[in-house]
Design a protein around this ligand. Structure first.
Ligand code: 4AD
Ligand code: MG
Length: 489
C-alpha cells in the first residue's frame, strides 16, 4: 500500500515504523520548537498528529500547509510526547497535493452552523460532524444488507421509473422526454403521452412495495433498498423529496410476524452501529451534550445519545391499536388543555405532535400502533373482520392490519401492513378509492394465482440515520439533500 489509512494506523500503532499518510489538514499549530499538523483522511474521526522541528520544513512549504490543504506526510511513528494522542508521526517528508487558500476556504477550524454547512454541502463531509454521520450511514446500510442476508431474504431491485402510483397518493415527479414548451396534444387538448418515451405517463417511484410483493410471492422473503421520490411540499425536519427506503416483503407473514420482524430488525442494526461506530457515536454524543447545555432545563432531553440507543435496543416496544391510542390521546393533559394544534378523535390521521406525545411523554418507549381506520390508509392493506371497539364498548369504523413504528424524536420511522390477499376485497377497495383495477392487472395477478397471506413494511433510511446520529434535521444525514427549492450539488 502506498499509504496507511489513519484508522488502521492508530489501531495497529506500529511504533518505530516509517510510514506515509495522506489526508487533509485540519489544523496547523506552531510552538517555539516545533510545528504540529493534525491530518485527517476520512477513515476515522481521529486525526494523526505530525510533528516537525522548527526550521525543518522550508518556509515556502510551511506557508502552504493550511487548513483544508491536502498532503502526503512520511515519517516515523513514535510515542507522543503531548497529551491527546498515543502516537504521532515524526515528519521526514511532506508532499503538498493541493493547497487551500485560507482567505477563500470556507471551512476554518471553528464551529460552523449546520445551516451554513448545508450551503457548502460539497465540503461538509470534511467536518467531524458530517464525516461521522456519513460513516454511520454507511455502517447502517451495511448492517441492513447483512441482517436480511443472515435471515434468508433476497435483495430485489424494483424499478425507479414506474407507471403506477403505489400509494394512490399522487405527488409524484413526472419522467418525460416530451418537449416541455410544446408537448404534443391529443384531440382533447391534453398532453399525448402515447408519444412519450415509454408510450405512457411515467413517474419516479414513491415506493417499491407493489413490485416487492411480486418478488415475495415467488422468492418468499425479499427486501428492497433504493431511492424513492415524493413531490410533497413538506418543508419539515423529517421530510426529503428524495430519500432511501428499505422495504422487506414476506410471504406467509401476518401482522404480528411483521411487527416482530420490524422490532428485531431495527434493534439489530442499531446494535451493529453501537458496536462498529463507537468513536463516531461518542463524538456525536458529546456534540449533542454541548448542544443540550445551551437549551433551557425543561427542554433538555433526559437521555444522551448513547443512553437513548442503549435504551431502545434493551426495551420491548409497546404495541397497541390505533383505537387504544386515540383513547389515551383524548384523555391526555394536552388534549384537555387544548394544547394540541390538531384535534384528535377516532378516524383522524395522527399528527406528529400526537405520535410524539405517545412515545415521549406517555410510554417513553418506541411504540407500534396497529389496526388503523381503513379510510386513512392505503388500498392494499388487509381489512380487519370486525370494526374497532374501545374498552367502553363504543363501536367505530372499519380498520386495516396496518402498523406504524413510532420513535422518540422522530415520530413514524416505519410504516407497513399485512396485505389484502383476497382478490374480491382488494378490487372492491380499489374501486372505492378510484384506482382502476385494470391499471394494476399485474399486481392483482398475485391474488389470482397462488395468493397467500403476506406482509411487509417500509423503513425510511434517513429517519433511521437521524435517530442513530441524534442529528436534528433530515437534510443533515444524507450527503446531498433534495427538498423543495433545493437541488444544488
Ligand atoms: O409510510 P410510508 O409512506 O409507507 C410506504 O411507502 C409503504 N409502501 C411501505 C411498505 O409497506 N412497504 O413510508 C415508509 C417510511 C415512513 O415510515 C418514513 O420513515 C419514510 O418511509 N418516509 C420518508 N422519509 C423521508 N422523507 C419523506 N418524505 C418520507 N416519507 C416517508
Ligand atoms: Mg406511513
Amino acid at each position: 500500500m502506498s499509504y496507511f489509512p489513519i484508522q488502521q494506523l492508530l489501531k495497529a500503532a506500529p511504533v518505530g515504523a516509517t510510514i506515509t499518510v495522506k489526508g487533509w489538514v485540519r489544523t496547523k499549530r506552531e510552538s517555539k520548537n516545533a510545528v504540529f499538523i493534525a491530518l485527517n483522511d476520512g477513515s476515522t474521526i481521529n486525526n494523526i498528529q505530525a510533528v516537525a522541528e522548527t526550521g525543518q520544513l522550508a518556509e515556502e512549504t510551511l506557508k502552504l500547509i493550511t487548513t483544508g490543504a491536502c498532503l502526503a506526510i512520511t515519517g516515523q511513528l513514535v510515542e507522543s510526547q503531548g497529551a491527546g494522542q498515543a502516537v504521532e508521526l515524526k515528519i521526514s517528508d511532506v508532499t503538498i497535493y493541493g493547497t487551500a487558500d485560507p482567505e477563500k476556504y470556507p471551512l476554518q477550524p471553528k464551529r460552523h452552523s449546520l445551516e451554513f454547512l448545508r450551503e457548502i454541502a460539497h465540503l461538509r463531509p470534511r467536518t467531524n460532524t458530517f464525516s461521522a454521520v456519513l460513516r454511520i450511514r454507511h455502517a447502517l446500510a451495511f448492517a441492513i444488507h447483512k441482517y436480511f442476508n443472515d435471515n434468508g431474504f433476497y435483495y430485489l431491485n424494483t424499478p425507479i421509473i414506474t407507471a403506477s402510483d403505489a400509494e394512490g397518493a399522487g405527488e409524484m415527479f413526472r419522467v418525460t422526454t416530451l418537449d416541455a414548451i410544446k408537448p404534443p396534444l391529443n384531440e382533447d387538448g391534453k398532453v399525448d403521452y402515447s408519444l412519450d418515451f415509454f408510450g405512457r405517463e411515467t413517474n419516479l417511484t414513491v415506493s417499491g412495495q407493489l413490485e416487492g410483493e411480486l418478488g415475495a410471492m415467488a422468492l418468499g422473503k425479499i427486501y428492497t433498498f433504493g431511492p424513492t421520490f415524493r413531490a410533497e411540499n413538506s418543508n419539515t425536519t423529517r421530510h426529503l423529496a428524495e430519500f432511501w427506503m428499505i422495504e422487506p416483503e414476506m410471504a406467509f407473514f401476518e401482522l404480528e410476524d411483521n411487527m416482530n420482524l420490524a422490532e428485531d430488525f431495527v434493534k439489530t442494526v442499531i446494535r451493529y452501529a453501537l458496536q462498529h461506530c463507537a468513536d463516531d457515536l461518542a463524538f456525536l454524543d458529546n456534540r449533542l451534550k454541548e448542544e443540550e447545555k445551551t437549551k433551557k432545563k425543561e427542554e433538555q432531553s433526559e437521555l444522551g445519545l448513547l443512553e437513548k440507543l442503549q435504551f431502545v435496543i434493551s426495551n420491548e416496544f409497546v404495541r397497541l391499536t390505533y383505537t387504544e391510542a386515540i383513547d389515551i390521546l383524548v384523555n391526555s393533559k394536552p388534549a384537555k388543555k387544548g394544547q394540541f394544534q390538531y384535534e384528535v378523535k377516532w378516524g383522524v390521521d395522527l399528527q406528529s405532535e400526537h405520535e410524539r406525545y405517545l412515545v415521549e411523554k406517555h410510554f417513553k418507549k418506541p411504540v407500534i400502533l396497529t389496526n388503523y381506520p381503513r379510510e386513512i390508509k392505503a388500498f392494499y392493506m388487509k381489512q380487519d373482520d370486525a370494526p374497532a371497539t374501545n374498552s367502553r364498548g363504543d363501536v367505530f369504523g372499519p380498520t386495516v392490519r396496518a402498523m406504524d413504528v413510532l420513535f422518540p424524536g422522530i415520530g413514524e420511522i416505519i410504516g407497513g401492513s399485512q396485505r389484502e390477499d383476497d382478490l374480491d376485497k382488494l378490487v372492491a377497495r380499489m374501486q372505492e378509492v378510484g384506482i382502476e383495477p385494470e391499471a394494476l392487472w399485474w399486481y392483482l395477478d398475485t391474488r389470482r394465482f397462488g395468493s397467500a397471506p403476506h406482509a411487509g413494511f417500509g423503513l425510511g433510511f434517513e429517519r433511521l440515520v437521524l435517530f442513530v446520529t441524534g442529528m436534528g434535521n433530515i437534510r443533515d444525514v444524507i450527503p446531498f439533500p433534495r427538498a423543495p427549492k433545493s437541488a444544488e450539488f
